[in-house]
Design a binder for this molecule. Structure first.
Ligand code: EPU
Length: 429
């Protein structure tokens, strides 16, 4: 993998077969960071092999943690060697979830120095609510030269009310509160499946967290957390991406290693556009053969339709019958992929945070550029649906969050190839 790799896709073929979903990126990045809070080594299983995880592991390693890779999805992390709670600048800048080192380092060391996080460019991504939570627990915060510095003599349990629904803010509040003295109550907490998975991980280590998955989470601080073996939940968004790819290509796909309950909002919308979706204990079967219908969609925090599925679903709607209206105001800038889809013939108008999609019979292949992780996945789906050849550039965005995306799609019969995009050096004789 390198930064300049691209995908070349010959589209127009239905996806057929079965695919196994990997561990959840957004749970794994939080849980890898959470190992800092442990007093003993932890073994994590079902960790996705994606570049965001490589960066998170590298940050731990640079701070002094021991990392043993057991196999590509299993690793043992020994946080006891961490002595300097400072996250290296360049590593933090390359992923959003580097903000999780604020909460975990503060919880363990009562101090943290972490560069302002990077990650997907979805518009302005403030961390004011994270800082509000740290302040409530007794930490001071200063931002200087792009570094966020937290300091506390001790962390004291408190009431934290979030002004907006924030996944990252909720997770950071949990991290600091598990090691605070006494009871913390988080109100208007986010309810995403990865928050429940993180709470399960921490509770297995000996934390006392109640209510994860509801909007009130109660945490009684503890002084010691023990090492555990823990398997990450399946990735809701990766599963949803294959579900949509199956319907969009008029395919017939079994998606295995999923928790169907986490996929309900996606399942309901796919049925609305005319796809058949059957749920089993740990699998979902999606097939579509008739015309796809238009629909309206608004993204919402869990259990609503996830913003991380909006680009993929909107891409499918470009070839549905009629007009669809899609509203996504969770981030300011989640329609940057639309101008790329227009190169493929899509008829989409964006007004503020709403896209109006007029269905056309088929997209046509073109050269397009991934603007962020989910936009990249959407453009690959567009290439699979389109006639002719599509080239998707900047696929390092996709490698941040999808394990073996091209190989898994090839297993479903897709004609997709990864090529290194480099200029060969001219030989001077
Ligand atoms: N926000 C604030 N202040 C804050 C925190 C958030 O104003 O202090 C705003 C954000 O700007 C945004 C909204 O609140 O408008 C929601 O942001 P949230 O904090 O929930 O998002 P996040 O934690 O930065 C996580 C996922 C995203 C996913 C969102 C929403 C991780 C590592 N990232 O981001 O995932 O889109 O929740 O569900 O868990 C992805 O996987 O592609 C991805 C972008």
């Amino acid at each position: 993998m390198n930064n300049m790799d691209k995908f070349i896709i010959h589209g127009g073929k239905p996806l057929i077969g079965s695919v196994n979903v990997s561990g959840a990126k957004n749970a794994a990045v939080a849980i890898v960071a959470a190992t800092i809070l442990s007093d003993e080594p932890c073994t994590l299983e079902n960790v996705p092999e994606i570049s965001d995880i490589s960066i998170a592991l590298r940050i731990l390693y640079e701070m002094g943690a021991g990392i043993r890779i057991i196999d590509k999805n299993t690793m043992r992390i020994d946080p006891r060697g961490i002595s300097n709670p400072v996250v290296p600048y360049e590593l933090a800048r390359s992923m959003r979830a580097s903000s999780y080192f604020l909460g975990t380092l503060l919880g363990r060391f009562k101090k943290a120095d972490v560069p302002m996080p990077g990650g997907c460019d979805l518009g302005d991504r403030p961390i004011d609510q994270h800082i509000k939570a740290f302040n409530c627990l007794g930490a001071s915060c200063a931002i200087d030269g792009g570094i966020v510095s937290l300091r506390a003599d001790e962390l004291i349990g408190s009431q934290i009310y979030f002004d907006i629904n924030t996944v990252g803010g909720t997770i950071n509040a949990i991290f600091a509160a598990v090691k605070a003295k006494g009871l913390t109550v988080i109100e208007n907490a986010a309810k995403e499946p990865h928050i429940v998975d993180l709470a399960n991980f921490l509770n297995t280590m000996g934390a006392d967290i109640m209510g994860a998955g509801t909007d009130v989470i109660k945490i009684r601080g503890v002084s010691v957390l023990k090492g555990v073996d823990y398997a990450i939940i399946p990735d809701q968004i990766e599963a949803g991406t294959y579900m949509v790819a199956a319907a969009a290509t008029k395919g017939n796909v079994w998606i295995n290693n999923v928790i169907p309950k986490h996929l309900e909002s996606i399942t309901a919308k796919l049925r609305k556009v005319g796809a058949s979706v059957e749920e089993y204990d740990e699998s979902i079967h999606v097939h579509a053969d008739g015309p796809l219908l238009s629909t309206s969609l608004k993204t919402l925090p869990h259990p609503g339709f996830p913003t991380d599925m909006q680009p993929q679903f909107s891409t499918m709607l470009t070839v549905s019958e009629g007009t669809s209206v899609v509203t996504d105001d969770i981030f300011d800038n989640r329609f940057r992929y639309v101008s790329e889809l227009r190169r493929m013939g899509a008829n989409i108008k964006v007004e503020g945070t709403t896209a109006i999609i007029q269905g056309i019979p088929q997209l046509t292949g073109a050269s397009v550029r991934a603007t962020d992780l989910r936009a990249g996945a959407a453009l690959v789906i567009a290439g699979l649906m389109a006639s002719g050849t599509t080239v998707v550039e900047n696929i390092f965005h996709i490698d941040r969050g999808y394990e073996n995306f091209d190989d898994k799609l090839k297993g479903l019969g897709a004609d997709i190839r990864r090529v290194a995009d480099y200029e060969p050096k001219r030989r001077v004789i």
